[in-house]
Write a protein that binds this ligand. Structure first.
Ligand code: ADP
Length: 315
């Protein structure tokens, strides 16, 4: 079982010629659909073939109803705290060049608490991997990771969004973190005062990147996702099994990308789905599957809706 602890949002997306300026009124093409990093990643894990549970908080409103019915349709075992706040929302403007401006209304997501997560001990104890992001309160994620650790489950933290707080205690509870370039630079700066520019990360040499990863998570693995440039993988020495390499790059899979929002969510969900279904496979093979899965996810529009039905090959 994969358990995802995280957010559910109703995304409201407007496609516009340009992003609106202060005081300006524009007409755009509107689309609404399910999102939130947690739900996107849970949907990806389920569609990548893993038995998947999703721990979240929902409002008593139409958004909460939608989350329940979508989870049901994908066979996701939903563990939702009921909140008095409205279900999470995101307002997203996208211009013709694909640039965006986003406003999040955390709503119910902000009320997910550690006690509710601890009360889901049954499903957490049955999990091979527990995956979380930083759109939910840190205390709730930490409670889930503590239970995971107590039951020998692997803990995977996608430290997104970049401006979210990531306390050292939560980092220490993580076996693997999966930042994109921006998130990696933000946390390296926050924890070690190291000033890297996100756009230059992919161009750094592998040994330097590995050193930075070791500094950020000495006891665990790091995957820095690099968009169309693929990803960089770095392991702590004690994690290496057999002939596994300490660090390497994986090129992105070819894709006719039309919408890369949610590529990172696809990657994370697929990665943990592969680990949960095939625990004996090499880490590199899980990363290879996540890479193919994420590429496929960029070929259709939408967040949770764009997750492909694609499971790892059985041997
Ligand atoms: P995020 O969405 O969190 O910013 P990235 O943009 O780094 O994450 O994308 C995550 C992964 O998705 C990458 O490591 C890569 O494997 C895949 N990916 C992203 N963009 C493309 C693309 N244009 N073509 C193929 N694969 C892509």
């Amino acid at each position: 079982v994969v358990t995802v602890i995280g957010s559910f949002n109703i995304d409201h997306v407007w496609a516009l010629p340009t992003l609106p300026q202060v005081g300006e009124t524009l007409a755009g093409t509107y689309h609404t659909g399910p999102g939130g990093k947690g739900f996107n990643q849970a949907t990806a894990a389920a569609r990548a073939g893993a038995r998947t549970a999703f721990v979240c908080a929902l409002g008593a409103d139409a958004g909460g109803q939608l989350a329940r019915s979508l989870a049901g349709a994908d066979g996701i075992d939903l563990h939702a705290a009921s909140s008095d706040a409205p279900t999470g929302t995101a307002g997203i403007y996208v211009d013709r060049q694909g640039r965006n401006s986003i406003v999040i209304g955390p709503g119910a997501n902000a009320s997910l608490d550690a006690d509710f997560v601890r009360a889901q001990a049954g499903v957490l104890a049955a999990s091979t991997v527990v995956l979380a992001q930083l759109e939910s309160p840190v205390a709730a994620v930490a409670a889930g990771f503590e239970l995971a650790r107590a039951n020998d489950a692997m803990t995977v933290l996608n430290p997104a969004p970049a401006d979210a707080d990531l306390p050292p205690d939560l980092l220490a509870l993580s076996d693997l973190i999966t930042p994109n370039e921006t998130e990696f630079c933000a946390q390296l700066s926050r924890h070690h005062g190291e000033r890297l520019v996100a756009d230059t990360v992919a161009a750094l040499d592998d040994a330097t990147l590995h050193d930075h990863c070791r500094k950020l998570l000495p006891q665990g693995s790091v995957i820095i996702t690099l968009g169309a440039a693929g990803c960089f993988v770095s392991h702590a020495g004690h994690q290496l099994r057999g002939d596994e390499r300490a660090f390497y790059r994986v090129a992105a899979a070819p894709a006719r990308a039309i919408d890369t929002t949610g590529a990172g969510d696809a990657f994370n969900g697929a990665l943990v789905a592969s680990i949960a279904q095939f625990p004996d496979r090499s880490f590199a093979r899980h990363v290879a599957f996540a890479t193919v899965y994420a590429a496929r996810a960029t070929e259709s529009a939408g967040a949770a809706e764009s997750m492909p039905h694609l499971a790892p090959d059985a041997d």
